[in-house]
Design a protein around this ligand. Structure first.
Ligand SMILES: NC(=O)c1ccc[n+]([C@@H]2O[C@H](COP(=O)([O-])OP(=O)(O)OC[C@H]3O[C@@H](n4cnc5c(N)ncnc54)[C@H](O)[C@@H]3O)[C@@H](O)[C@H]2O)c1
Ligand SMILES: [Zn+2]
Length: 374
């Protein structure tokens, strides 16, 4: 079991990664008057989800199992109100605990429910996707979407524990596993020492607990250094400026978050090369890592164009006005910096490089990324 001590201001909590990590939930529950388990039907149907709910029912006397609609559909203000009503009816007080069992959508929604119910009660996360184990469940950003904007309503409300058991990943659909690999690759791009470990992974297999823990440790360290995203926490946005544009260009349906981050990483390294910050070999290594994980490094021209417009490269705000998170260095020794400026011409040149040549290449990205339901 890997145990990582997380600190956000005066608040301290443990992130545990390993088999049996979720056992800690029973002990936590005993320190609270009531427990509400928040999850979604898909997770509750998995052997991991079912066994955990059963155990908590037995050992923690769960007062309520609240089942959210799947994915982003559970992250709405209407669902928040429904959830809060249920907590109220089940008699949860300021001394109660919300336990989130699910992916990032569930932990965002459950964490925000805990952040707002009675002005804030404790919550703990048992993440069940790779993405939530290495990223979403850690750091205390919670929230829901507005119909016009993702994560528009939210709060910083760190959990009392994050308990990640990699056995939960056994039932994760292949595409969701790859999506989590997008964030794992981000940590590898932030810390080149991890890149070799990622490169050694068998495609399609979940990373071992040690690698999940290494990513979680990186997130914990960066969040502790800058809890409110004034500086260093911006590093976690590596690949995300362009990635968010890609997600939006695909109407949050065509590309998963991790797929968009993968493309955003390829873009960030290409842009860094255009700015003379890194060499072509580093770009090739990172792109190889992305491709080995089964993730895209190229998008069709129409998507790239729309992504550029949506990330703020429009009449009002040119790309030169954006600040980037970009690597600098030589060979295996690069470092990543934030608040880097880039001129429009170099941004355009990097965009051209991650655009699929006309008439080819559409195979790898468009076919595998279609039909995502959120
Ligand atoms: N708060 C943060 O810091 C932060 C960071 C990154 C992402 N996020 C948020 O996280 C969300 C994405 O999270 P995600 O990628 O985990 O996706 P998700 O939570 O939507 O889960 C993806 C799908 O996998 C299913 N699933 C989850 N665990 C499973 C399991 N073990 N077996 C089988 N199916 C399982 C879910 O039901 C869902 O259908 C987004 O809403 C994003 O905004 C938040
Ligand atoms: Zn991300």
């Amino acid at each position: 079991m890997e145990i990582i001590e997380a600190r956000q201001g005066d608040h301290r909590y443990e992130v545990r990664v390993g088999e049996g990590a979720a056992d800690g939930l029973s002990v936590l529950a005993a320190a609270h008057d009531k427990v509400a388990l928040v999850t979604c039907a898909r997770v509750l149907r998995t052997p991991f989800g079912r066994a955990l709910a059963k155990r908590l029912g037995r050992e923690a006397g769960v007062a309520l199992v609240h089942v959210l609609p799947d994915g982003e559909r559970g992250k709405t203000l209407a669902e928040l109100e429904k959830g809060a009503m249920k907590l109220m009816k089940a008699g949860l007080t300021r001394r109660s605990l919300v336990v989130s069992v699910g992916g990032g959508a569930v932990s965002d929604a459950a964490g925000f429910l805990a952040a707002t119910y009675m002005r804030g009660i404790s919550w703990a996360a048992a993440p069940t996707t790779l993405l939530s184990m290495v990223d979403a469940a850690i750091g205390g950003k919670t929230g829901v979407n507005l119909p016009v904007a993702k994560n528009a309503i939210g709060a910083f409300h760190p959990p009392v524990a994050v308990l990640a058991d990699p056995r939960a990943l056994a039932t994760l659909p292949a595409r969701e596993l790859r999506s989590g690999m997008g964030e794992v690759l981000k940590y590898a791009a932030l810390d080149p020492a991890l890149m070799g470990k990622v490169a050694a992974l068998r495609p399609g297999r979940a990373p071992p607990a040690e690698l999940i823990a290494a990513c979680a440790r990186a997130k914990v360290r960066i969040v502790a250094a800058d809890p409110n995203e004034k500086g260093e926490r911006k590093l976690l946005n590596l690949g995300h400026t362009f990635g968010h544009g890609i997600e939006a260009a695909g109407a949050f349906d065509r590309y998963t978050h991790g797929e968009a981050v993968a493309i955003g990483l390829a873009f960030a390294f290409r842009l860094a090369e255009k700015l003379g910050r890194i060499g072509p070999l580093t770009v090739a290594e990172v792109e190889q890592g992305i491709a080995d994980a089964g993730l895209p490094t190229r998008v069709p021209a129409a998507v790239a164009k729309r992504a550029v417009a949506l990330m703020g490269f429009d009449k009002k705000r040119t790309a030169a006005g954006l600040r980037w998170v970009l690597p600098r260095g030589e060979g295996p020794a690069w470092k990543v910096e934030w608040d880097v400026a880039a001129d429009d011409a170099r941004v355009a040149a990097a965009v051209a490089e991650i655009t699929e040549p006309r008439g080819r290449g559409a195979v790898s990205t468009t076919k595998t990324t279609k039909g995502r339901r959120r």
